[in-house]
Ligand binder design. Structure first.
Ligand code: NDP
Length: 477
């Protein structure tokens, strides 16, 4: 089997490989991917540092051409790359292709942004003096990504980093290196100069830690768990570097008495169970007012029974497998905890077998849960959700906001008054009305607050805040 190597200083390097296993069929090896060492990470950082002076001053047409070519190739290969994504992560093929298209669109967006770089010229308060405000690249950027969006998250960090003239050391999650390797291969062939983009696949505790420990990495953008995010923050403060964190969530989805029942059920099922519940924007807390509670739970039960859990690549599958054994253990542990805490497991929750050996879990819905239970406070990151019964809108909003996290928040209602009030008062970075808590556009800001995020927003024009430093220059006329 071909070994997919790391890219350091423009060369494909690396010996020992790790098998990338398909969670729908653990007999299926997706590929062999090199495992970088701490020394490799140091070489990658040195290469990015050496490439920075020239790339930071490169012409905008050169950057535009590389990003546009990359977008075009990703979109042209969407079926093949989407299949690779589903094979390595376990999302359904439709979800894998959808995520791949989104990655292509992100590169297209930032190809356009290279041609729209601009500053400001303003008068000084002192007559005869002009002030120019410009943006300069942040420097060597470290990119660390999680396993649950194997192509979209790398795309939404790589594309703006390159657009604004930064050089990169990129460490994808070891569990899903395939899509990251494919994007780096495309960017490399699209004509990136040596050392501008370096790929170091391997363990976070080794490769990621070497990036955190290096004074030559001037900015780190991280998506992953809150625990690792804290390590990134502490190390970054030590080195006085810029950092951006996107972490966990415990996103609420509120259903009010006046909701359209079918809209509420579709949005709740999507929020809780699509992509196997493994989305940072997934909702695992469904907060329902008492007038609609029983009808909503009954309709959810019918909808859950119709969900097909099977091989991600099979036509007709709605829910693919859990990503690996350790995540499956975490999901089943939380199901046991929920029962012990007194919540009622109303539907699903069984580990099931299919034709191929994989990590299949029947989507689980608890009822009679309270917001104090661990299943309502801690991120589970699987197809496990709990319904919390509340009296009215005011209690629903209070429960929705009673969480350490603040990424996404949703409501199902036909009341303009409640929708408007919720948009203003939900303590989250993103608010959805009559829509699932997950599913965001590529051209507008993404991010949260409280324990979910730290630093500037990702995506869209707002990405410039992280990937550039602002300079203010004064000239006596
Ligand atoms: P982890 O925090 O375990 O891993 C994220 C990345 O950090 C991986 O590449 C990992 O490497 C790396 N890493 C681990 N240890 C270190 C270290 N000491 N130094 C530097 N890097 C390190 O998260 P998961 O991959 O398990 O992802 C799931 C989590 O991500 C969930 O909590 C989810 O909510 C969150 N998430 C948040 C999103 C958001 O935008 N808010 C979006 C998507 C996910 P490796 O795994 O290879 O060892």
């Amino acid at each position: 089997m071909t070994l997919h190597q790391n890219l350091i200083a423009g060369e494909w390097v690396g010996g020992d490989g790790v098998a990338n296993i398909n969670p729908s069929n653990t007999d299926d090896v997706v590929g062999e991917y090199a495992r970088a060492s701490a020394e490799d990470a140091k070489a990658a950082i040195a290469a990015a540092k050496a490439a920075f002076p020239a790339w930071s001053r490169s012409g905008i047409l050169e950057r535009h051409a590389i990003l546009k070519k990359t977008a075009d190739e990703i979109l042209a290969r969407k079926d093949e790359l989407g299949r690779l994504l589903s094979r390595e992560e376990g999302k359904t093929l439709a979800e894998g292709i959808g995520e791949t298209v989104r990655a292509g669109q992100i590169f297209e967006f930032f190809a356009g942004e290279t041609l729209r770089l601009a500053g400001e010229v303003v008068p000084s308060v002192r007559p005869g003096i002009g002030v120019e405000i410009t943006r300069e690249p942040a420097g060597v950027v470290g990119i660390i990504t999680p396993w649950n969006f194997p192509i979209a998250i790398p795309a939404w960090k790589l594309a703006p980093a390159l657009c604004y003239g930064n050089t990169i050391v990129f460490k994808p999650a070891e569990l899903v290196p395939g899509c990251s390797w494919a994007i780096v291969d495309i960017l490399h062939r699209a004509g990136l100069p040596k050392g501008v983009l370096n790929l170091v696949m391997g363990k976070g505790s080794v490769v990621g830690q070497a990036m955190l420990d290096s004074p030559d990495v001037q900015a780190i953008t991280f998506t992953g768990s809150t625990a690792t995010g804290k390590r990134v923050a502490v190390a970054s403060v030590e080195h006085n570097r810029k950092y951006q964190l996107e972490m966990g969530g415990k996103n609420p989805f509120v259903v009010l008495d006046d909701a359209d029942l079918s809209v509420a059920v579709e949005a709740a099922v999507n929020s809780a169970f699509f992509s196997t519940g493994q989305r940072c924007t997934a909702s695992s807390r469904i907060i329902v007012t008492e007038g609609i509670h029983d009808r909503f739970v009954a309709a959810m039960g019918e909808r859950i029974k119709g969900l097909v859990v099977d091989d991600a690549l099979k036509p007709g599958t709605h829910i693919g497998p859990v990503v690996d054994q350790s995540q499956l253990n975490q999901d089943t542990d939380y199901i046991a905890i929920g029962k012990q805490e007194g919540a009622k497991l109303a539907f699903g929750g069984e580990v099931i077998s299919r034709d191929t050996p994989g990590f299949y879990l029947q989507p689980a819905l608890f009822t009679e849960a309270t917001n104090e239970m661990r299943i309502s406070r801690e991120e589970i990151f699987g197809p496990v959700a709990a319904v919390i019964r509340v009296k009215d809108y005011d209690e629903a909003l209070a429960v929705a906001n009673d969480t350490p996290f603040g990424l996404s928040s949703g409501i199902a209602t036909t009341s303009l008054k409640h929708a408007t009030h919720f948009k203003r008062n939900a303590e989250a970075g993103m608010v959805m009305v009559n829509l699932p808590t997950a599913g965001v556009d590529f051209h507008v800001p993404f991010g949260g607050r409280k324990a979910s995020s730290y630093g500037p927003r990702e995506q869209g024009k707002y990405a410039a805040e992280f990937y550039t430093n602002v300079k203010t220059a004064y000239t006596l006329a």
